[in-house]
Design a protein around this ligand. Structure first.
Ligand code: MG
Length: 380
């Protein structure tokens, strides 16, 4: 039986991971859960999966959790960022699922890797901000992000050395504003931006999909995970989200992975890897009828160029890119800035930063903090 910790258990990745685990209860055991906000749902998950260890964000949340548990016995309780790192490295799990969104996923991910655990992660910020610190642990990592899972699956399937990779192609849905007249982008609402055409995801990644910063971050993630350079990672818009990504090999062959746009497929693959177990999410190609592919328009998606520029400069630039994006997206959701001000805020943060070439973990954490503070001032 595989023992699993789920970090970010009440979020989009966490809840879907628990759904998959529930269908294979005799094969998996949950030994730890963490959640930041939704204590009612965490209490439900504790009743269902009986984990011996749980981590919540604050003492207030711990009290709230106890309330929702209505006398059900409380698992061993850890609190805050330190608690989360402790849970990532110490719990009885052999496998840690990282469903945390944003920069806060970095330290627990590193702790789990250093403790020798297998890490299934959808936290692209880890790869974007600290790729050079993650690289030594690549053989412990299974990507859950649908695009990277697709590439991982294509590479497993052929078992060929990486030198045979010509290019990786990441597909992007294009988000809700793919066909909106450009002059209307400045006045789109938060509700419109949160209406993703195909995928059901958390708020941060949904807004990032609308600006396509998500794809810019995923491109950087791909260079770390698959050890290719930036020029070997292409992005194509594919509005149907059926082809999840593809690998072109040096001889001209291309392998792609297809499936329904449902995160439970890459999550289940990550959990059962290297095996494949039965599921019920089957794709009917005839029902798809058509699959379209096109080059993304640079004027519509300026975040793609920002991510590329930060990645080319390297070092600490991608830490700034990520922090400024997290603040800008939150400011947009809070109604403080418009949709088209998101890339402007990120560009401003990048332009005033002086690059550090090989930032260590503490430098990355400090830089993330200062970039947030400076960007916040700008948002007000
Ligand atoms: Mg993705």
């Amino acid at each position: 039986m595989k023992t699993i910790s789920v970090l970010g258990a009440t979020g989009s990745i966490g809840t879907q991971t628990l759904q998959v685990i529930h269908t294979f209860q005799e094969k998996f055991r949950i030994v730890a859960l963490s959640a930041g906000n939704n204590m009612a749902l965490l209490a439900e998950q504790i009743r269902q999966f009986q984990p011996p260890q749980v981590c919540v964000s604050t003492p207030e949340k711990a009290a709230e959790l106890e309330f929702f548990l209505h006398g059900h016995s409380l698992p061993q309780l850890l609190i805050g960022e330190e608690g989360l790192s402790e849970l990532a490295q110490d719990s009885a799990s052999t496998c840690v699922v990282v469903g945390l969104s944003g920069f806060k996923g970095l330290v627990p991910t590193l702790k789990a890797l250093e403790a020798g655990k297998q890490v299934l992660t959808a936290n692209k910020e880890t790869f974007v901000t600290a790729g050079h610190l993650i690289r030594p642990f690549l053989d412990q990592i299974i990507p859950l992000d649908s695009e990277h899972s697709a590439i991982f699956q294509c590479l497993q399937g052929c078992g060929r050395p990486k030198t045979e990779i010509h290019k990786l192609t990441l597909t992007a849905s294009g988000g809700p504003f793919l066909n909106l007249p450009l002059n209307q982008l400045g006045s789109v609402t938060v509700a419109q931006a949160l209406q993703h055409p195909n995928w059901s995801m958390g708020n941060k990644v949904t807004i990032d999909s609308a600006t396509m910063m998500n794809k810019g971050l995923e491109r950087i993630e791909a260079t770390v995970l698959f050890q290719v350079n930036l020029d070997q990672v292409d992005i194509v818009v594919h509005p149907q989200s059926i082809v999840h990504s593809a690998v072109s090999f040096c001889d001209g062959s291309m392998l792609a992975q297809l499936g329904l746009p449902d995160m439970r497929t890459p999550i289940q693959y990550g959990l059962t890897y290297p095996e494949r177990w039965s599921g019920n999410l089957h794709l009917d190609l005839a029902a798809c009828s058509r699959l379209d592919f096109m080059t993304p328009e640079p004027e519509r998606f300026p975040c793609l160029a920002l991510a590329e520029e930060a990645a080319r400069q390297g070092g600490s630039m991608t830490v700034v890119l990520n922090a400024a994006d997290e603040v800008a997206v939150e400011a947009f959701i809070q109604g403080q800035i418009s949709f088209t001000e998101i890339p402007k805020m990120i560009e401003h943060a990048l332009s005033r930063h002086e690059k550090i070439s090989n930032p260590n973990l503490q430098e990355i954490i400090d830089l993330d903090q200062t970039t947030r503070q400076q960007s916040l001032l700008l948002a007000r």
